[in-house]
Design a protein around this ligand. Structure first.
Ligand SMILES: [Zn+2]
Ligand SMILES: [Zn+2]
Length: 325
């Protein structure tokens, strides 16, 4: 998120562009064959100058390995173009975030997830996997399509608020405690990372060795609601990367350009020169050093991301919005 924070927050909460020209279908690629390099080379569908003429799918689907997917919402549906992660285990399918749009007509996320899980069935098999929906945090560009999942058979949606998270994951010592989730042959670790937002979590997948960091750490303009919490969360994430194999750190948006330190303004619907999605532990270490050195909350500009404390008014609005969650 960039410096017009108030406007951005209001836009995020209240505005979802719904343009009929965006085709309500998904694009499914073949599995990538060259690991993390494929993610660094991957050029995502990145919007249009004229969204009325946009014919890209509503949801881009990138298959990373046999059972790991990254989905991106079309920028012409929401300028936020959030990423959604899907990990399929033997017993559960984990969906991390549901994008910015509720409508199943313009943004058929549940249908897309179903079609992905069906690919993992042998002939005649009935899918017994449970779909578990969790959220990186509770900003509205990350739970938009929850309503498509709620009430469906074999689906659990963890409510995007602190009660929902604490209840499902049974945290007793937030934010110091980590907790694990078993998808069936696939272990997931949940790491509390408040700061950008109170309920923010990061998620580590043992299979891909990805660390998913939502809006806490991504190639973009990160605004921070609670600076001290954020500082501690980044330090905790860094120590996690020292104790675990982390192949890539993947967030929920791209706002940086490929040129170091440059970014797209908030509301941009066309990003032809955006940076790759993955960040690495070295980027986390660089940010951690800057945060530890800072004597007070102040903007930190790095090559791969920018971090800025949220002003008093946007902070108040954010708190008011969270009271209604
Ligand atoms: Zn976001
Ligand atoms: Zn956010």
């Amino acid at each position: 998120m960039n410096k017009t924070l108030l406007m951005g927050l209001l836009l995020t909460v209240f505005l979802t562009i719904d343009i009929q020209a965006v085709e309500a279908k998904s694009l499914n690629n073949e599995p990538s064959t060259n690991g993390i390099a494929s993610l660094n080379q991957k050029q995502w569908i990145h919007g249009s100058q004229d969204c009325k003429a946009n014919k890209d799918p509503a949801i881009e689907v990138f298959q990373y390995d046999e059972s790991s997917y990254i989905l991106r919402q079309n920028k012409c549906l929401s300028y936020e173009a959030p990423f959604i992660y899907v990990f399929i285990g033997d017993e559960k399918t984990l969906v991390v975030d549901t994008g910015a749009t509720a409508s199943s007509k313009s943004f058929p996320l549940y249908e897309t997830i179903q079609s992905l899980t069906k690919k993992h069935l042998v002939d005649g098999e009935v899918d017994k996997r449970q779909i578990l929906v969790v959220h990186s945090h509770s900003h509205s560009d990350h739970y938009g399509a929850d309503s498509q999942f709620i009430g469906q058979a074999n689906v659990t949606v963890v409510a995007p608020n602190s009660d929902g998270i604490n209840e499902y994951f049974a945290f007793e010592n937030w934010p110091e405690q980590q907790t694990k989730l078993d998808l069936g042959g696939r272990s997931i670790t949940i790491i509390p990372t408040p700061g950008h937002q109170e309920e923010a979590i990061s998620i580590y997948d043992s299979q891909t060795q990805w660390l998913l960091t939502g809006d806490t750490f991504y190639p973009g303009y990160v605004y921070v609601k609670n600076w001290n919490d954020y500082k501690n969360s980044i330090a905790r994430l860094l120590s996690f990367t020292k104790n675990h194999d982390v192949s890539a750190i993947l967030g929920a948006h791209i706002e940086m350009k490929s040129k170091a330190g440059e970014y797209y303004e908030i509301g941009t619907i066309y990003q032809p020169d955006e940076s790759p999605l993955p960040l690495m532990p070295i980027d986390l270490a660089t940010l951690n050093t800057k945060l530890q050195q800072a004597t007070k909350p102040a903007k930190i500009s790095l090559n791969r991301l920018i971090v800025e404390p949220l002003g008093a008014l946007p902070k108040l609005i954010s708190s008011i919005v969270s009271w209604f969650m």
